[in-house]
Design a protein around this ligand. Structure first.
Ligand code: ADP
Ligand code: MG
Length: 239
């Protein structure tokens, strides 16, 4: 497996708090890599460092062999990253299809736009709701729409912070299938999550954060059997 993303001794301090501390993370091409850990462990902060929304206090980030540490988010997007943030930011007053259109318009030739919109709506199971205002969709559907808008960029690396937040168990499961589908199509995926059933469903590799540091890492099968991980993390979920 070849390496796609690497962080080296990456840290982010907020005043005296080390939200992310000395993190070495490697994501290989083709992985579904989950970042897990208790609330406040530094997952979202690490995510924001990777996508360029935070400037690191120390350390570096390499993506596809380039040092991207000093790059802006849009520059990382150009290199193939796409990100789904924690809170959906769809255009609520606009129809679902219009949202998809806006996301796709700069990435697809005009002649193919309609076709590509149909394909994406179908994939997101939103074909029947395409005329509704996005704000009228269920919370889960809004998350899917947002995922679809991130997909429109045709990323090689998709980064998602809690994609199943606010979803029903059924919606969560379908989101897992959707993510596995992108992955089967060749996309590398990094997911920040705390829903253990979901992590079991999709994860190949897992990195566990605790107090901003890497606490454990390995294939999902090893992580769920690690009693140290259970103690800090699994024991605190409703799994
Ligand atoms: P997680 O996503 O694992 O729940 P976060 O990365 O959101 O954790 O937060 C890690 C720690 O950093 C927490 O103690 C949080 O309060 C703190 N933190 C996160 N963002 C900021 C910020 N912008 N300013 C100050 N402290 C922050
Ligand atoms: Mg978070």
């Amino acid at each position: 497996m070849s390496e796609m993303l690497r962080t080296e001794a990456l840290s982010k301090h907020f005043g005296g708090l080390a939200a992310v501390s000395d993190v070495d993370l490697v994501v290989n091409r083709g992985e579904i890599h989950c970042l897990i850990g208790p609330n406040g462990a530094g997952k979202s902060t690490l995510f924001k460092l990777i996508v360029g929304m935070h400037v690191p206090s120390t350390g570096r980030i390499e993506f596809e062999g380039h040092d991207v540490t000093g790059e802006r988010p849009y520059q990382r997007v150009k290199r193939g990253m796409s990100m789904k943030m924690q809170a959906p930011s769809v255009f609520r007053e606009l129809p679902v299809r219009q949202n998809v259109h806006i996301a796709l318009q700069h990435h697809v030739p005009r002649a193919l736009l309609g076709e590509e919109e149909d394909r994406l709506l179908e994939l997101l199971e939103l074909t029947a709701d395409q005329g509704k205002a996005a704000g009228e969709l269920s919370h889960g559907q809004q998350q899917w729409l947002e995922i679809g808008m991130a997909l429109a960029l045709k990323p090689t690396l998709m980064l998602m912070d809690e994609p199943t937040a606010g979803m029903t168990p059924d919606e969560t499961f379908r989101t897992g299938e959707l993510i596995q589908g992108f992955n089967a199509g060749g996309m590398t995926v990094v997911v920040v999550e705390h829903d253990m059933a979901f992590i079991r469903q999709i994860a190949k590799q897992v990195t566990v954060l605790h107090y901003g540091k890497v606490f454990a890492r390995g294939p999902i099968g090893e992580i769920i059997r690690d009693p140290r991980v259970a103690e800090i993390y699994l024991g605190k979920t409703h799994d």
